[in-house]
Design a protein around this ligand. Sequence first.
Ligand code: AMP
Ligand code: ZN
Length: 116
Amino acid sequence: MSEKSCLFCRIIAGEIPGDFAHQDERCVVLRDINPQAPMHMLVIPREHLESLDDASQKDEALLGHLLRVGARVANDQGQAEGGYRTVINNGEGAGQSVFHLHVHVLAGRQMNWPPG
Ligand code: AMP
Ligand code: ZN
């Protein structure tokens, strides 16, 4: 998918409204439109990468940043003590539906294992 038609690129560019919880120079945090837990955020790099599989060695610092921002957001929302889960769906078979890399951060309910 090209960046022009990518949903998350369009939200980051301000062409489509998004409910932002945090923004910095490398990523944004969006409240998921269809939350699967009381807190469900998406940590999204500003740069368009289709998936985790699309990331290369040059993206290692960015990947680390996304996870650290996810942790910070969970803590800021008071969710660290109860536990939170970070998820990256890679590919349709794993449930990826938006092909712009993002980290789900879910909290506020008991999480099950194995995941569905
Ligand atoms: P995935 O299925 O892992 O690609 O995750 C995509 C996520 O984006 C889903 O949890 C959707 O609910 C969420 N989503 C889709 N459209 C929007 C939107 N306009 N604003 C916020 N979240 C969205
Ligand atoms: Zn994109």
